[in-house]
Ligand binder design. Sequence first.
Ligand code: SF4
Ligand code: SF4
Length: 242
Amino acid sequence: RPCDVKAIELLDDVFLAKGFEDIYYKKKREETVLVSLGCLQPEPSCFCSSWGIDPGRAPQADIMMADTGDAFLLSAQSEKGEKLLQATQSLLADTSQEFPEGKECSLQVEVEGLTEKLQKMFEHPVWEEICRKCINCGTCTYLCPTCHCFDILNRNRGEKGVKYRCYDSCMYKEYTLMAGGHNPRPTKKERVRQRFLHKLQYMPERYEKWGCVGCGRCLVKCPVTLDITRVINQLREVPIHD
Ligand code: SF4
Ligand code: SF4
């Protein structure tokens, strides 16, 4: 989907830019052809338009697709995309049909000035209120296309040792637990605050990109409905004292 392609753009910044290059990520990206299916009718939980994403288009995808009901339209947008379409030509038919436009999302959030406001809100009491119902299950972070926290583990496999990287979540207290027992994010307040500040303040500061792409998955799947659009509205409305 176009929101996922936008999220991959952000992951490219995290894993390939700023002087750090992750060789494993780089290899996978080089071997990947991104095919995006445009959303002609966004779900009620989608709000990608609020982040400047067109639900019907993903300019960074190698191939753009649209479901017209009785067929899929495909259009190559890069050399990789052209090559894939050429290789699969026998399965495709030419058409002059125009790509349909995607509809705007009905769910919208106002994000203008949000990062600047959050820069003054690290110690704000509103985080106690926002975190109250979170059960730190981690569902939101595992579903999110921009989340990329990971752990590196060592395991014995008989005579051999294996070092591997796996998914992790900033919503778990073990994520920041140090060997000496100190934990800089000891309660759910710090962990929930981290999740929202990472997406809405730290990523825009570091990469000039939002860390949320409005896919809506966390809104739908969070067991306690801790809805990021409501959190954004709450953060915008709460008064701050300089
Ligand atoms: S899915 Fe909801 S309850 Fe679970 S960690 Fe995320 S915000 Fe908290
Ligand atoms: S809506 Fe939720 S899951 Fe989707 S990008 Fe934003 S924070 Fe991540």
